[in-house]
Design a protein around this ligand. Sequence first.
Ligand SMILES: Cc1cc2nc3c(=O)[nH]c(=O)nc-3n(C[C@H](O)[C@H](O)[C@H](O)COP(=O)(O)OP(=O)(O)OC[C@H]3O[C@@H](n4cnc5c(N)ncnc54)[C@H](O)[C@@H]3O)c2cc1C
Length: 392
Amino acid sequence: MQPAPDILVVGAGVFGVTAALELTSRGHTVALAVQGPPPFSLAASTDLSKVVRMEYGSDALYMRLAEEAMNGFDAWNESLSRPFYHETGVLMLSRDPMRPGEFEHDSWQMLRQRGHEPERISPSELASRFPAFDANVHTDGFFHARGGWVESGALVAELFGRAVANEVTFVEGMVTDVRITNGRCEGVVLSDGQTLTAGHVLLACGAWTASLVPELKPFFRSSGHPVFHLKPAHPERFTPPEFCTFTADIAHTGWYGFALHPEAGVVKIGRHGTGLDIDPVHDERQVLEEDITAMWSFVRESLPELVDSDLVYTRRCLYADTIDGDYWLDRHPEYAGFTVASGGSGHGFKMAPILGSLIANRIEGIADERLARFAWRTNSIASKREAARFHG
Ligand SMILES: Cc1cc2nc3c(=O)[nH]c(=O)nc-3n(C[C@H](O)[C@H](O)[C@H](O)COP(=O)(O)OP(=O)(O)OC[C@H]3O[C@@H](n4cnc5c(N)ncnc54)[C@H](O)[C@@H]3O)c2cc1C
C-alpha cells in the first residue's frame, strides 16, 4: 500500500500543475487528482492562446508580478521542449485620447515609471504599422514590445508531463467532497467513493472551487466569456509585425485578440467583460447569437479586413471570479492542512511561471509579501475589477 503523499493537488489547470511541479521540486511527495488527463477540455487553462501582458493600469503589484512571470517565460522557452511563449509585443488601443484614470493612460504611465519603453501610436502610425486596424476608430494608444501570447493548453500538457516525469503521481477522478476531521483536512472523496488521503490538500479547481468550498460562495462567481476563432481570407495580413496581441479600448468594450495562430491558422478574438453566470457543473456553456452579432459589429468597425473571415469555432469559457478580481491563494483559516489556489478572475494564466512558487510559499508558510492581496478575505471586501475589465 503506497504511503499517503505529503501534498494532494486537486485540479490540473495552470494553478494546480505549476504548484505540483514546484512542490515536488522542493522535495515533497505530490499526487494530482484530475478529472481527466490535462489539458482538460472544460478547464479555463485549456485554449490555443492567452494574453501575456504587464499592463494593469495603475496597479503596480500586478505589473511587477507580470514582469517576473515574463522572465520566467523566457527561462521556460530555453528549458522546456520548445518555446510556448511568443513575444509579439502588445498593442493597446484607445478610442479617445488617453487620459488619467483610464486603463491605457495609467498603464502607459506605470510602464514608464518602471523603466519600460512603450511607443505611443498615433492614427497615422496605426495606419502604417498595423494596417488591419481602422485608424479612424482608435485615436490613441501604445505598442509595448515586451509581451505577447502563450500557448496555454499546450504549456499545461508540457508541464503535466514534466510533473509526472518528476514523480508526481496522478489519479483520475472527480472530487465530490473534502474530508475534514476535528478541524483538519484529511483528504478528499472521489465520485466513485474512493478516499484519497494526504498530509496537506491543495484545491486548485478554478471555476469549480466554490462548489467544493461552499463558504467561498459569497466571494466567488463562475462567469462565462465568449471566444471566437476567425479564419481570415488574407491570413498574411494578420501576422507579426503588422498584427499582434491587442486590446481595443478594452475597459470600455472588452475586446481583445491575437495574431494569426501559426498552426491553427485562425485569429482569436475574445471579450473580457462581465460574462454570464454559469454553473460549472450543471449549466451549458453556449456562445449566443447576440455574442456573435456583437463580435461581427466590432470586427466591421475596427478590423474591416476580417469581415470576410469564416467563423470556425466559438467557446464559452469560465472565469473563477473573485469579488475584488484578485487571486485567492491561501490556507483555510479554520481547517489545518487545507489550501485553496484559485480566483484567476480572467487574468491568471500569464502568471504561470511564478504561480507555483507563490502557492508553495503559502503552503510552506514562507513569508512572501507578494501574497498579501491574495489572502483569505471574507470581510469588508471592496467590490472592484481588474483595470482592463469591461464592466458593461
Ligand atoms: C475566455 C477566457 C480567456 C482568458 N484569457 C486570459 C488571458 O488572455 N490571459 C490570462 O492571463 N488569463 C486569461 N484567462 C484566465 C486564465 O485562463 C485562468 O485564470 C487560469 O487558466 C485558471 O487556471 P486554474 O488552474 O485556476 O483553472 P482551470 O484551468 O479551469 O483548471 C481547473 C482544474 O480543476 C479541475 N477540477 C475542477 N473541479 C474538480 C473536481 N471536483 N475534481 C477533480 N478536478 C477538478 C478541472 O478539471 C481543471 O483541470 C482567461 C480565461 C478565460 C475563461
